[in-house]
Design a protein around this ligand. Structure first.
Ligand code: FE2
Length: 201
């Protein structure tokens, strides 16, 4: 189902208001995260709005489809489509991020660099459909995310406090923890039409 694109449009409007308000009032990351996480939880509570083109897996690579990019680069929204068993490298973001699981489930493992080695920071966290988690340089920014399933697709929706596909950030060597610069880009050539007519009942 992808009939209810207005849910996505409303979410984008809500986040635009939040970041504008935070900018005007000098509100920090914590205020935006608290409010945006509630809005993201509401968005991923219903799986009937993501366009089919943004939900298709690739046989080899996890997909990062830009759903919306703020023209001022204050935030971006991305659908991550995980094929069976697919996972990210260990990476950071350098901006705040919220992860909301729309379909299936994913596993989040945090890391830290300690004494020239990359070590797991806490236990793996299983995020099921409807759940939301946060990352940021202040909360803990280095992690690996993977599909919890080896036999089905999972999809999560990520909101970032910048244009994540264009930000110069890092992947980390699994053994030494040495950071290497990378820019993730986006998988899609076209973005969803947020102004498509509302679905008929
Ligand atoms: Fe991440």
């Amino acid at each position: 189902m992808s009939d209810n694109i207005e849910r996505l449009r409303e979410f984008v409007a809500t986040v635009s208001r939040l970041v504008t308000q935070a900018g005007q009032e000098g509100g920090g990351e914590a205020a935006v995260l608290a409010q945006a996480s509630g809005a993201l939880a509401a968005l991923v509570a219903q799986d009937d709005w993501l366009p089919e083109e943004m939900a298709r897996p690739h046989p080899v690579y996890y997909q990062q489809h830009l759903l919306y990019g703020d023209p001022l680069d204050r935030f971006s929204l991305v659908s991550f489509v995980w094929g069976p068993g697919q996972q990210t490298p260990v990476h950071d973001h350098t901006v705040w991020g919220l992860i909301g699981v729309l379909r299936g489930a994913e596993i989040d493992q945090r890391y830290r660099v300690d004494g020239g080695r990359l070590v797991a920071d806490g236990e793996e966290v299983l995020l099921g459909a409807g759940q939301v988690a946060a990352v940021s340089p202040t909360l803990g920014d280095v992690h690996r995310v993977r599909n919890a399933y080896d036999d089905r697709v999972s999809i999560s929706v990520h909101l970032y406090g910048g244009n994540i596909g264009r930000i110069r950030r890092h992947v980390y060597d699994a053994a030494s923890g040495a950071p290497k610069p990378f820019v993730s880009g986006y998988s899609n050539a076209l973005v969803p039409n947020l102004w498509a007519p509302a679905a008929k009942a």
